[in-house]
Design a protein around this ligand. Structure first.
Ligand SMILES: NC(=O)c1ccc[n+]([C@@H]2O[C@H](COP(=O)([O-])OP(=O)(O)OC[C@H]3O[C@@H](n4cnc5c(N)ncnc54)[C@H](O)[C@@H]3O)[C@@H](O)[C@H]2O)c1
Length: 247
């Protein structure tokens, strides 16, 4: 119960890695705010049914008024924010190479994956400063450090998430706030299940452990980075990829 009496916001909590992260926080005693454009209610209900404490917000991470609403309600209900796990993200719906990508879809991907992470930090940091500290973990991607075919806008967004994580960690270290990112390899979630089968096959072949990761295998790292066991870790990006980048 590492998170007893801790208040945690999890974005993307309706599916995949965010859902696993919210459920793990709930199991470890956290009061969990589940935030997603869809599915947040179902995850919050599972936490509450298991004896935990959670509420849901149907909210878009790329919209500043949505963040204001979520944070205001969280502070009004529970008085503080101890941690933010910024997990929400999307792949491009259209062909994502430099030549083929179109401007509107580029903007959508960057807006959710990168601006959404900035907004999340911008929204919670003043409350963490006021309460004497906090933890933020942003979900980036292995694509931030390894070139992966057909992921141009996505890679640009995740490179931004890793870089912004390092930068923000420097500015807020003096407030006892630790900010880190995770760079997952291939993880078995609806995001990947919707991708081309050849792409999934190729990424499993590139992964020395020979399988996709389970969402919990990212959630465990997220919880560690949000726990008191990680008080001396900040400004870092952690690859969790079954050995893909070890080649
Ligand atoms: N699955 C992988 O292999 C993999 C690898 C590296 C990084 N990631 C990253 O992990 C994160 C989670 O992805 P996942 O694999 O669990 O995918 P997923 O599609 O299962 O979950 C993503 C969640 O984000 C939510 N979301 C999308 N746009 C949103 C918005 N504007 N506001 C709020 N919520 C929004 C979706 O509704 C969904 O519930 C993403 O940031 C993704 O880029 C995934």
């Amino acid at each position: 119960m590492r998170f007893q009496d801790k208040v945690v916001i999890v974005t993307g909590a309706g599916s995949g890695i965010g859902e696993a992260t919210a459920l793990q926080f709930g199991r470890e005693g956290a009061q969990v705010v589940c935030m997603d454009v869809k599915g947040a209610q179902a995850t919050a209900e599972r936490i509450n049914q298991a004896g935990g404490r959670a509420f849901a917000h149907t909210a878009d991470v790329s919209k500043w008024p949505d963040w204001e609403r979520v944070v205001e309600h969280t502070i009004g209900s529970w008085g503080k924010i101890d941690a933010l796990a910024a997990v929400a993200g999307v792949l491009s719906r259209t062909a994502d190479t430099v030549i083929d990508q179109d401007e509107a879809e580029w903007d959508r991907v960057l807006s959710i994956n990168l601006k959404g992470v900035w907004f999340g930090m911008k929204a919670v940091l003043p409350h963490m400063i006021a309460s004497g500290g906090g933890k933020i973990v942003n979900i980036s991607s292995l694509s931030a450090i390894v070139g992966i075919p057909g992921l141009a806008a996505y890679t640009a967004s995740k490179g931004g998430v890793s870089a912004l994580t390092r930068q923000a960690a420097i500015d807020y270290a003096k407030y006892n706030i630790q900010i880190n990112a995770i760079e997952p390899g291939i993880i078995e979630t609806p995001m990947v299940q919707g991708a081309e089968p050849e792409m999934a096959r190729a990424t499993i072949e590139a992964t020395p452990v020979g399988r996709m990761g389970h969402p919990n295998e990212i959630a465990y790292m997220a919880l560690f980075l949000c726990s008191d066991q990680a008080n001396f870790i900040t400004g870092q990006t952690f690859v969790v990829d079954g050995g893909w980048s070890a080649h």
